[in-house]
Design a protein around this ligand. Structure first.
Ligand code: CAA
Length: 294
């Protein structure tokens, strides 16, 4: 099936990036949010990134204008009715996703494909509440979606061959490296990356090193682009805690349990970079590590 119009549900951290790369890939994109403020925030980030690319000479102004013109922001789910593929990137909450899929299933074209960008929830559980499990797959992008090369293509129990093929073709069109992942909690990358970030938090709790030294250690000692605590802030501590809970329940292994510091920070509304504070304070010129209670 030829894709001409893509729908994206959610214009937050992941949704705005997916919207941008799909529009840059040449597709018309309808992006839906639940509030004008969130919609404006996501579209504002896309405009800023396109402007920066033009400034750097990496993109012509006319092409940047073309990308923005292909994006239709909306608050109305029924605007997704003509989309050939709908990708969801809303909050990592199964109940919310199931409600949303039921709504979208009722208005989407009969032959439209659905994809979830979930980091940790079951693809099959989401497919099951729609009328099209064979057209449902997981497409897991990484943050920032505009930069990170990987796309995990997740085939659930009922995903058909056409849908799986569509996932790999879409990745290729977007210039992503694709890998096939099974529909287990966390797929490949988060299965390995989440316990690593949680372990870094536990290492800090146990006094192994300061926030900065743990991050510097993994950057300089293992050539990671970001240290694990910076990365946790970057992913979003609220999202990390939700993923940890899902994986802990699924695997019943202590290494997936959210450490007390993570729970405390989330309860205090410190979600990392997006809220201005997490393991670091982002209000100044450069991020400063926060003094955390023992
Ligand atoms: N949107 C668009 N472009 C961005 C961007 C963003 N949010 N952030 C950075 N970039 C671009 C910059 O414009 C720059 O582009 P050019 O090379 O064309 O100039 C390029 O990326 C490099 O950026 P910077 O020079 O500003 O900074 P950097 O070299 O430190 O790279 C980074 C930034 C790409 C984020 C890098 O630090 C990195 O790779 N970090 C690790 C990120 C990571 O591990 N992501 C996965 C998170 S886990 C996940 O997503 C899974 C999940 O489900 C939780």
């Amino acid at each position: 099936m030829e894709i001409t119009k893509v729908g994206v549900l959610g214009c937050g951290l992941m949704g705005h990036g997916i919207t941008q790369i799909c529009a840059q890939g040449g597709w018309e994109v309808v992006v839906r949010e639940v509030s004008q403020e969130k919609l404006d925030g996501g579209i504002g980030k896309i405009s800023k990134q396109l402007a920066r690319a033009v400034e750097k000479g990496k993109l012509e102004q006319a092409d940047a204008d073309g990308v923005l013109a292909r994006i239709q922001p909306t608050l109305d789910c029924s605007d997704l009715g003509e989309c050939d593929l709908v990708i969801e990137a809303i909050t990592e909450d199964l109940e919310l996703k199931l409600e949303m899929w039921k709504e979208v299933d009722a208005i989407a074209k009969q032959d439209a494909y659905f994809a979830t960008n979930t980091s940790s929830l079951s693809v099959a559980d989401q497919a099951a509440v729609t009328s099209r499990p064979e057209r449902f797959l997981g497409l897991h992008f990484f943050n920032p979606a505009q930069v990170m090369p990987l796309l995990e293509v997740v085939r659930a129990e009922g995903t058909g061959d056409d849908a799986a093929r569509l996932g790999f073709e879409l990745g290729e069109k977007l210039g992503k490296t694709t890998v096939a992942a099974r529909d287990n909690r966390g797929f490949i990358v988060n299965r390995l990356l989440v316990p690593y970030m949680l372990d870094a938090i536990r290492a800090h709790e146990q006094g192994v090193g300061s926030i900065e030294d743990i991050d510097t250690g993994m950057k300089a000692g293992a050539s990671h682009p970001m240290g694990p605590l910076t990365l946790a802030d970057f992913v979003g501590l609220d999202t990390l805690a939700l993923i940890a809970d899902v994986m802990h329940e699924a695997y019943a292994e202590e290494r997936f349990a959210a450490p007390p510091t993570l729970t405390r920070l989330v309860e205090a509304g410190h979600y990392g970079r997006k809220s201005g504070q997490g393991f670091y304070d982002y209000s100044g010129e450069r991020p400063e590590p926060v003094e955390l209670d023992a």
